[in-house]
Design a protein around this ligand. Structure first.
Ligand SMILES: [Zn+2]
Length: 73
């Protein structure tokens, strides 16, 4: 089943945010229980623009303040 766009996406797809968050929670639990047994570091879920499904990513949200805000006090 391919969503709009048709570009193949090789990441794991989740149909809903709930599914993605469940997988995210499972990944975090697995990482907590066996930190040396996994290389996965998913931190959050996001909607893919290519396949319109939810994916997990280890990238932090890009809402941190711009560097111009780092004024030394
Ligand atoms: Zn995708």
């Amino acid at each position: 089943m391919t969503a709009a766009g048709g570009k193949p996406c090789r990441k794991v797809r989740f149909p809903t945010l709930a599914d993605a968050e469940t997988a995210l929670l499972n990944a975090k639990v697995a990482r907590f229980l066996r930190p040396h047994r996994t290389r996965r570091h998913e931190e959050r879920a996001y909607v893919c623009r290519e396949c319109a499904a939810w994916h997990l990513t280890s990238q932090p949200p890009r809402n941190h303040p711009p560097s111009t805000m780092e004024e030394a006090s």
